[in-house]
Ligand binder design. Structure first.
Ligand code: ATP
Ligand code: MG
Length: 564
């Protein structure tokens, strides 16, 4: 697999400017980036931004992008996540070739480096518990207090650290801390913990280790060991950069990668924290990580978003230094644009009402030709059966139509897509007074849209043949949250107060044209006038299940047009 090529000239940004400069000055001959997920959850659309950025830069500059798992926390990490992350990166269309790494592969090296720090008097074993360390740390305005263990001798530190490694102490009893500056204005520099005792099995190193390096210590050294030239991360790590630089300056690492921070993606009506997303899964608010309402790549894939659409979205949002919230509509716009080109059109009636053509012969069936995609003639045509008994959409009929109504109403002629002109003659109601059937006549000469006298009708509606149509389950999704920007939450409330009770509505009354009978999981269609739908993997012998990917309504493009 090749990394996706793009025929677009990449839009420049501040990261590209830095890279251009580094290549021009000869600081680097080629670039090496990396995508460094922690395998403690599934990837979300925010990670996609980082993946597209890192792999995209490597592609555009003829460099290399590593995939590295920053797996320093055995408690929260799992092979399930490792596997899903690899699947998602590949699905997005990127390839790390043989450049797959794990921070846990560097545990021996990291340990040796820790001993070097100790020997040089730059790290010490501290007996304060986590809580006490936190209290000693001070605040932005109050300097921290030195640990009483800060001035242990090198010999004692080395001995204690080795005994930590050998499992002599309980979890929390001791930690190894960098000896930097408890008065630093940067809290990250106030003697951060670099090793803690954790008697936990690691998904890769098993029971070899009883102490584990902290993320901050591991991350920057891993980058250096891999020869990463540009270590690109999100803005919240800006304050960690001095610490990373400190570690790299103290240790005999092979190189000193340059860290560059960019603004993380926030998307309206959803959230990007793996911890929160895990809560949604664990509390069964959603049906798993791949629930189509989740902002995860697994969820978006299941819903029917294509990798091309997500890459296009990543291109459009670009990279910047300022945090902002991107409108979910922009993502939907990209999804729609892509589907419009590739999804075949079919007819499905979501809320059926019977339509009977009284002058159409009983028992007769015609196979009418329909083009699959007007945007793409190569998509070909299919045949759809037409008969005396049809279903149309209940809301395509109005007994007392408002002004400007072009759909069906008593006495008014409309076009049935790919078929004939029909006119409603009579409305039949059931005992409850609800419309149960529309009796119509058709013009036999109007097949395919033309008429003998050249008259035109303005309304076209979709339909299916009652006896030939097939049932299905449609899962209609809406935003998972009713709030666009979580920064606007009312005081005292949390995200669970903003769950949308209607984020999933299931429709089991729809009728679909029979060509969908053999639709396969993952296929995407446009249900004409209704939206784009994908075939869910839950489809089986018991019936078809479709996910609504997006509606057809494009409010984002409209908003943009209104602004300009
Ligand atoms: P958590 O949600 O637990 O804070 P994380 O989102 O930082 O974790 P990582 O696995 O550490 O998860 O992320 C891997 C990479 O993806 C990091 O380089 C991180 O900066 C980047 N990343 C994470 N979230 C976003 C986001 N919303 N927008 C852009 N990049 C992101
Ligand atoms: Mg992280």
């Amino acid at each position: 697999m090749e990394n996706p090529t793009t025929d677009k000239t990449p839009v420049s940004n501040f990261i590209r400017t830095i890279i251009d400069r580094d290549l021009e000055s000869g600081k680097h001959k080629s670039i090496k980036t990396r995508f460094p997920p922690e395998p403690n959850g599934y990837l979300h659309i925010g990670h996609a931004k980082s993946i597209c950025l890192n792999f995209g830069l490597a592609r555009d500059y003829g460099g290399i992008c590593h995939l590295r798992f920053d797996d320093t926390n055995p408690i929260k990490e799992d092979v399930e996540y490792v596997d899903s992350i690899m699947e998602d990166v590949r699905w997005l269309g990127f390839d790390w070739q043989d450049k797959l790494f794990y921070a846990s592969d560097y545990f021996d090296q990291l340990y040796e480096y820790a001993e070097i720090l100790i020997k040089e008097g730059k790290a010490y074993v501290c007996d304060l518990c986590q809580e006490e360390i936190r209290k000693h740390r001070g605040t932005l305005t109050v300097p921290g207090k030195d640990s009483p263990y800060r001035n242990r001798s090198v010999e004692e530190n080395l001995d204690l650290f080795r005994r930590m490694r050998d499992g002599e102490f309980e979890e929390g009893a001791k930690s190894l801390r960098a000896k930097i500056d408890m008065a630093s204005p940067n809290l990250n520099m106030r003697d951060p913990v670099i090793y803690r005792i954790k008697k936990a099995e690691h998904h890769r190193t098993g029971n070899k280790w009883l102490i584990y390096p902290m993320y901050d210590y591991t991350h920057c050294i891993s980058d250096a060991l891999e020869g990463i030239t540009h270590s690109i991360c999100t803005l919240e790590f800006e304050d960690h950069r001095p610490l990373y630089d400190w570690f790299l300056d103290q240790l005999p690492v092979p190189c000193h990668p340059q860290q560059i921070e960019f603004a993380r993606l926030n998307l309206s009506h959803t959230m990007m924290s793996k911890r929160r997303l895990l809560e949604l899964v664990q509390n069964k608010v959603v049906n798993g990580w791949d629930d189509p309402r989740m902002p995860t790549l697994a969820g978006m894939r299941r819903r029917g978003f294509s990798p091309e659409a997500i890459r296009e979205f990543a291109d459009r949002i670009g990279v910047a230094k300022a945090n902002s919230v991107v409108d979910f509509e922009l993502l939907q716009f990209c999804v729609r644009e892509d589907l419009n080109k590739h999804a075949n059109r079919v007819m499905a009636v979501l809320d059926p009402v019977k339509l009977t053509i009284e002058n159409y012969p009983e028992g007769k069936v015609e196979e009418l030709e329909a083009d699959n995609n007007p945007e793409d003639p190569s998509a070909g045509v299919r045949l759809i059966p037409f008969s005396r008994n049809l279903y149309i959409e209940r809301d395509d009929f109005s007994e007392n139509p408002p002004k400007g109504w072009f759909r069906m109403s008593p006495g008014k002629e409309v076009r049935l897509k790919h078929a004939y002109y029909v006119t409603c003659k009579e409305v039949v109601r059931d005992a409850q007074g609800r419309i149960s059937e529309l009796i119509c006549t058709y013009d036999p000469l109007s097949r395919g849209g033309g008429t003998a006298d050249g008259r035109k009708v303005r309304g076209t509606i979709h339909w299916v043949s009652a006896e030939h149509s097939i049932p299905a389950e449609l899962r209609l999704y809406d935003q998972l949250f009713t709030i666009a920007d979580f920064n606007d939450m009312e005081e005292g409330k949390d995200y669970t107060d903003y769950l949308n009770p209607d984020s999933l509505v299931v429709n089991r009354v729809c009728r679909l044209e029979p060509s969908l009978r053999d639709a396969k999981a993952g296929e995407r269609y446009q249900f004409m006038r209704q939206g784009y739908f994908s075939v869910d993997p839950d489809s089986g012998p018991d019936g078809l299940v479709f996910n609504r990917i997006v509606t057809l309504k494009d409010s984002w493009a409209k908003q943009q047009a209104a602004k300009s």
